[in-house]
Ligand binder design. Structure first.
Ligand code: BTN
Length: 261
């Protein structure tokens, strides 16, 4: 029998549901949450045939190489705090990758993990409301671990732990480290229900800090210097005329001036 790679992952005694092949773990997690799956349920897949990315994009998810998971959370806090969970997860993944591989890892605001200016992990967070309170949150994470070749269209912008180090990594150990880091970071987040206590740490991971970024807004793009996040997880950008802008995640894109980052 094929060994499922996550088999020994310890996740604080919580549910782990595994699919050999599925469309999208985010879709599965949303269905399971509707059916009553408890807080902390982790949905893991070996392969996704319809992986979802942010902004309606797809997420390539070949079999047996990478990590694809979605976590169901049922937080008690107000709905406006939920988008910050994506930043919390980004920190946890960045820390786990650095710990396991020693690679110089960074976060491109709000939640792309990058190594050598290329994306190694993406996070898609989705939430449902029930009478204006959070019903559940699904945090979906794709980490490129042992993938050796990427399709032409993303070759310039995507990478994996293997591509950056020439080594094969245990997906189980990496997933375990992500879970341990997230448990600790989530606990810290709950103390204030915002990024107050995590902000300094997050800003240290941020590749955009004090660098020039282009903010792509529906009302017009502008260039400025990013100065890290505030306690709400918003990016502070100083325009060329000195005016400070507060950039909300999800509403705009931020591009580095050189290359992908
Ligand atoms: C992004 O566009 O950067 C977000 C990508 C998120 C991909 C992960 S893989 C596991 C989970 N299931 C999905 O369908 N998407 C997320």
């Amino acid at each position: 029998m094929k060994t499922q790679y996550y088999m020994h992952t310890k996740w604080a005694g919580k549910n782990i549901i595994f699919y050999e092949k599925t469309g999208s773990t985010n879709i599965d997690a949303k269905r399971l949450a509707q059916e009553g799956a408890p807080h902390g349920t982790l949905v893991v897949a070996e392969e996704q045939t319809d992986g979802r990315g942010r902004r309606g994009r797809s997420w390539q998810a070949p079999a047996g190489k990478n990590i694809y998971f979605s976590m169901i959370l049922r937080p008690k806090f107000a709905a406006e705090h939920a988008s910050m969970l994506t930043l919390v997860m980004a920190m946890s993944v960045a820390r786990a990758i650095r710990e396991r591989s020693g690679l110089e890892t960074g976060i491109k605001w709000p939640n792309d993990i990058v190594v050598n200016k290329k994306k190694i992990c993406g996070i898609l967070t989705e939430m449902t409301l029930e009478e204006r309170a959070i019903g559940y949150v699904v945090v979906g994470v794709g980490i490129n671990v042992n993938q050796q070749v990427f399709p032409e269209d993303i070759r310039e912008t995507a990478t994996s732990l293997f591509c950056e180090s020439g080594r094969i990594f245990s997906r189980e150990e990496l997933l375990q480290s992500v879970m341990e880091a997230f448990e600790a970071d989530y606990e810290t987040f709950l103390k204030t229900e915002d990024m107050s206590l995590l902000r300094k740490d997050y800003n240290a991971w941020l590749v955009n800090t004090d660098s020039q970024v282009k903010v792509l807004e529906p009302t017009g793009d502008y260039v400025g210097i990013a100065h890290g996040i505030n306690e709400k997880g918003e990016l502070l950008v100083e325009r060329e005329n000195g005016q400070l802008e507060i950039v909300y995640a999800g509403e705009v894109s931020v591009r580095g001036i050189c290359g992908y980052v």
